[in-house]
Design a protein around this ligand. Structure first.
Ligand code: SF4
Ligand code: SF4
Length: 84
C-alpha cells in the first residue's frame, strides 16, 4: 500500500527530502504522496522514512491503493529500472 498524508499536515517540509522515490510533493493545500511512486520505502529502508520524520503523525496507509509486500518489491524494481 502506498501511504497518504492527512489534512492535519502542517506543511513543515521535512518529509519531502527524505523520500527515496521522490513521491512527496506540495499539493494545493498540503503535502501529498503520489501512490504510483510510494513503495512504503520497500527496497530502500526498513521503515517508511516520511513517517519517521513527521512531527504530527499525519501519514497513514492509503487503503485505496492496496499492495502486498511482493507488489511493493515489484514496484521498487520497476521504478529503479525506469531510472536507469
Ligand atoms: Fe516516500 Fe517512503 Fe514515504 Fe512512500 S513511505 S512516501 S516511498 S518516504
Ligand atoms: Fe506534513 Fe508531516 Fe510532511 Fe511535515 S512531515 S510536511 S507535517 S506530512
Amino acid at each position: 500500500m502506498s501511504l497518504q498524508i492527512l489534512d492535519t499536515c502542517v506543511n513543515c517540509d521535512v518529509c519531502e527530502p527524505v523520500c527515496p522515490n521522490k513521491a512527496i510533493s506540495l499539493g494545493e493545500e498540503y503535502y501529498v504522496i503520489d501512490p504510483a511512486l510510494c513503495t512504503e520505502c520497500v527496497g530502500h529502508f526498513d521503515d517508511p522514512q516520511c513517517v519517521e520524520v513527521c512531527p504530527v503523525e499525519c501519514i497513514i496507509v492509503d487503503t485505496a491503493h492496496p499492495e502486498s509486500p511482493d507488489d511493493l518489491r515489484l514496484k521498487y524494481g520497476r521504478l529503479m529500472a525506469a531510472k536507469s
